[in-house]
Design a protein around this ligand. Structure first.
Ligand code: ADP
Ligand code: MG
Length: 680
């Protein structure tokens, strides 16, 4: 039976829907629209302007099809009592059959200026339906749903499939949300009015329910995961006072109050008898590495091992160097595991992790490859978590028997995102920088007025300091006129600083070249380091006091803030110059936020507002939740309510026994995506 669904579509489209998991009316019903177009009111043709519009008009004439590079082009002139307007379609074979002069239509779409012999307003690829005829109200003449794309199925076919699903099963869907957790009217009406509302008021009445529901089900999954983790139980690690003393003695500084709090919370987790799942977030430079160190050494002292997963080789090497330095003279052995390790060295490192003679592993993705095995992994730390996904976190944890997991991020994550992407974690925040930091003075300026910047660099270098110059791309590219690091390096070393040592670091260099460039800069053999954003994460050279970021308008504020955190790491005053290459007013205004504040959280919230969540969660693989209707920035308050409701519900009814319909709903809709298999 279901193989025939949706009967209104052709076989290839049906198959495409099946492939996308939308092969049943039930699944199709819950393919929620991501928005709606209000095409309920027609505008007189004479009043058309550029933009999205709907008209009610007759076909006056039709020219079909001309071909350009084998693409059919149909053109029509449409008219109503007030005037005429052109319409053009590319690549549509059905236009000729459906449009005959005299036919009455509703037409909706984008109106723009046509080019060519007779410029004027025209519709580009508009949707249309014949009035009175076969009109289905699928694409115009009402409030029209817009669905997330499904490969191989056009927007109108999607609408038709949903409509068919509504007719088949729409009336049968029983309400599954508890009354207390449901804003707005119940199912099944709420489903119909979401997909094909009678008017915009009907839609407005049900939207709050769906926005809430998206968050609520997601948070429910998080609450269930967390409940499962609590039940699992895990190795208990106690840290006796003498061990604590020895760990601290390894650090060249005393912990800040914020670090102390973090260590205390983590120790409590370790001793709790269930696996820790904690997010440590702290602004760049807040000293997360030391907290990770204290956590990992607790595992080693308990006779186990610890692993630190980081996103780049540069950072892996730096952490390895730092940790090895702190461990010098102790019996704790640290190994480095990266992709560029030679086969023999890799074999040796693996053997030592497997037999337990190495206690701490620092590495990139190489660390989570299948052949890496630990004798007894008790603590897994993921640094710069926003570069990794939930699955990578899980892959590392799977190297041990329910190890304690600490994930760290230097990108301050706005609260709303922390709640969703990391909703199954406890959160600790380092809200204090180590002593001796100087606030970084930040200055936005146009890229063609760099003389004061070069003077600044000279002054600082003369005083024994160093400078970072960050450029966004590796190669020059015509397409985007960004200055490349390579070009810039040439220009600077030849024309601007012929007397200084200028180093170069970018992502396309070989691993050993990168390491050499970093070493030279760290040892002050180079005064100025020209680099791409490879230095964004974690690079620590306290002697650098100037940073110039070219084409700053291309970066998100959070990235810029992160970059800026590479300086201001010593008692010397630091300065960050943001050179905006091609900056309109908006770009400059956006950058000025950085002149005003060093508060990473404020900057992050600002970025979320202006650019959406992508900036924080990186690529899709980062496990960022995708919501159709809900918007993390706009609906933050709804998210908080949904989370409270979901966690409250799981607390009161841990297995959702009293909510069988809800339980079934979440299992079918989120079970696979959220890894609820063994939980529900
Ligand atoms: P992040 O949180 O960005 O990872 P790091 O762990 O790299 O920060 O620490 C930044 C710098 O601060 C490092 O040079 C580190 O040695 C130093 N640092 C960390 N904690 C302290 C402290 N309590 N006192 C003094 N310096 C510290
Ligand atoms: Mg760090």
């Amino acid at each position: 039976m279901t193989a025939e669904f949706p009967a209104s579509l052709r076989k290839p489209q049906r198959e495409a829907l099946h492939a996308a998991g939308l092969g049943t009316p039930r699944a199709m019903l819950f393919w929620l629209p991501k928005g709606h177009l209000d095409r309920s009111t027609a505008m007189p043709v004479a009043q058309l302007a550029e933009g999205e519009h709907t008209i009610r008009a007759r076909v006056r004439s039709l020219t079909v099809p001309r071909f350009r590079r084998r693409v059919p082009i149909a053109q029509a002139v449409l008219e109503d009592d007030t005037g005429k307007v052109g319409a053009v379609w590319f690549g549509r074979y059905d236009v000729k059959a459906r449009l005959k002069p005299g036919v009455e239509l509703l037409v909706s779409g984008r109106v723009g200026m046509g080019k060519g012999k007779k410029p004027g307003l025209q519709f580009h690829n508009p949707d249309f339906e014949e009035i009175g005829g076969e009109a289905e109200g699928l694409c115009t003449g009402g409030v029209i749903p817009v669905y997330p794309a499904v490969k191989g199925v056009g927007p109108n076919s999607l609408r038709r499939a949903v409509k068919e699903a509504l007719e088949l099963e729409g009336a049968k869907v029983a309400e599954y949300l508890p009354d207390a957790a449901r804003p707005g009217p119940p199912l099944p009406g709420a489903l119909r009015d979401l997909h094909f509302p009678a008017d915009s008021a009907a839609l407005a009445a049900v939207l709050p329910r769906w926005i809430f529901e998206e968050f609520f089900l997601y948070e429910l999954a998080m609450a269930l995961r967390r409940r499962a983790a609590v039940r699992e139980g895990g190795g208990r690690i106690e840290v006796p006072p003498d061990v604590d003393r020895r760990i601290r003695a390894r650090l060249p500084f005393a912990l800040t109050a914020a670090q102390e709090r973090a260590v205390a919370e983590i120790r409590a987790d370790l001793a709790s008898g269930r696996p820790m799942n904690r997010l440590l977030q702290g602004d760049v430079g807040s000293g997360k590495t030391a907290v990770a160190f204290a956590t990992m050494l607790a595992a080693v002292a308990a006779g186990g091992q610890a692993a630190l997963l980081v996103p780049t080789e540069t950072l892996a090497e730096q952490h390895f160097r730092t940790l090895s330095g702190w461990l010098k003279g102790s019996r704790t052995e640290c190994v480095l595991l990266t992709g560029s390790l030679k086969a023999a060295a890799r074999r040796e490192a693996l053997a030592r992790l497997a037999d337990g003679s190495a206690h701490v592993a620092v590495g990139t993705h190489a660390l989570i490859e299948p052949d890496v095995a630990f004798r007894r992994l008790l603590v897994a730390v993921v640094d710069e978590q926003h570069r990794f996904g939930v699955l990578q976190r899980a892959a590392l944890a799977a190297k041990g028997d329910r190890p304690h997991v600490l994930v760290m991020t230097a990108t301050p994550i706005p609260r709303t995102l922390a709640l969703t992407a990391f909703g199954d974690l406890d959160v600790t925040t380092l809200d204090e920088l180590p002593p001796g930091r100087t606030p970084v003075v930040t200055c936005v300026l146009p890229a063609d007025a760099l003389q004061p910047v070069w003077d600044d660099v000279r002054r600082e270098v003369a005083a024994g300091r160093q400078a970072f110059l960050v450029y966004p791309l590796v190669d020059a590219s015509d397409r985007i006129a960004a200055k490349s690091a390579i070009e810039m390096h040439e220009h600077l070393s030849r024309d601007v600083f012929p007397d200084l040592a200028v180093g170069l670091l970018h992502g396309r260099m070989k691993a050993d070249e990168k390491a050499a460039a970093m070493d030279a800069f760290r040892a002050s053999r180079t005064h100025v380091l020209v680099s791409t954003v490879v230095i964004e994460v974690g690079v620590d050279v306290p002697n650098a006091t100037v940073m110039i970021i070219g084409n700053a308008e291309r970066f998100g504020l959070a990235t810029l803030h992160q970059l800026r955190g590479r300086i201001g790491r010593s008692k010397h005053a630091s300065k960050c110059w943001l050179a905006a290459g091609d900056a309109g007013g908006d770009a400059l205004k956006r950058l000025r936020v950085l002149e005003e504040t060093q508060d990473g959280f404020r900057i992050a919230e600002e970025d979320l507002r202006m650019r959406g969540p992508g900036e924080f969660l990186g690529a899709r693989q980062s496990g960022a939740p995708e919501f159709h209707l809900a918007d993390l920035a706009r609906d933050a308050d709804v998210l908080v309510k949904a989370r409270e409701a979901a966690f409250g519900l799981v607390k009161a009814d841990p297995d959702l026994k009293k909510h069988p319909r809800l339980r079934k709903e979440i299992a079918t809709r989120l079970g696979e995506r959220m890894g609820l298999g063994g939980i529900l």
